[in-house]
Design a protein around this ligand. Structure first.
Ligand code: 6PG
Length: 239
């Protein structure tokens, strides 16, 4: 389902409302709400919206558990860190217990970071595959999502929950959740804005493109729901 908003502000209000609604549903049904946050720049404004009193007061933070869909292989205080961005735009403003926050660790090696995070997830989710209640995702200009990049071996991973990933662009190595994990989520919500992404949004939302070229098309939840929150600029080529 595509939801299109005139402005980023309207999109973020809708996103914050969705976050509250999904948390209330999950806590009612399971007593907890698990979220995998996305990285990059787009979600910062959404996180700042959720951090506002009018929203965060509606949330039972002691029953909310925060994970990440991907991370850059950098120290937690590095400007490129997704967990740093989430901490500074949301987590430091809400009464969430520190034990409920599961950042992707900056271990000795990127492989160890991936292995340790997979262990963390397996400790928390007892199922064969984790059913994360809400996975937030962004999309890059090349159609990547999380840190699943075009042509990457990570796209073919069918067993591991978390793997290292390399981006063709310059920049740090990455750690990413894999397609099987993302596609076992109860709800996956893309948040994509800006006209520079409109061409790729159109390609991704067309049926039957090859997921190995456009990774975001590989996000097809098995039993969960898929929502795209778009601003009008990003949605200019889709009806
Ligand atoms: C990351 C993200 C990545 C991001 C897209 C879009 O770690 O960078 O997980 O998948 O969502 O690259 O990034 P922007 O929102 O900055 O355009």
């Amino acid at each position: 389902m595509n939801k299109i908003y005139q402005t980023m502000n309207e999109l973020c209000i809708a996103g914050a409302n969705l976050f509250v609604e999904e948390s209330q549903k999950a806590i009612l049904a399971k007593g907890r709400f698990s979220v995998a946050l996305s990285g990059g720049a787009t979600p910062r404004r959404l996180f700042q919206e959720i951090a506002k009193k009018e929203w965060h007061e509606k949330l039972e933070w002691d029953k909310i558990f925060i994970f990440w869909g991907d991370e850059r292989f950098v120290p937690a205080e590095d400007e490129q860190s997704n967990q740093k961005m989430a901490r500074e735009s949301l987590l430091q403003y809400v009464p969430i217990p520190k034990k409920n926050i599961f950042p992707i660790p900056f271990a000795e090696t990127v492989e160890q970071s991936a292995e340790q995070y997979e262990e963390t997830l397996k400790q928390f989710f007892a199922e064969e595959w984790p059913e994360i209640d809400l996975v937030l995702l962004g999309m890059g200009l090349d159609g990547h999502t999380a840190s699943l990049f075009p042509g990457s071996n990570a796209l073919k991973e069918e067993k591991r929950w978390v793997v290292p990933s390399k981006t063709r662009a310059l920049g740090p190595e990455r750690i990413t959740l894999t397609f099987p994990v993302l596609n076992h989520a109860a709800l996956v919500c893309f948040v994509v804005t800006g006209k520079e992404k409109s061409e790729m949004v159109k390609r991704i939302l067309q049926p039957a493109a090859d997921e190995l070229i456009y990774p975001a098309q590989g996000i097809q939840p098995q039993t969960g729901r898929l929502i795209w929150l778009l601003d009008e600029s990003a949605a200019q080529f889709i009806s």
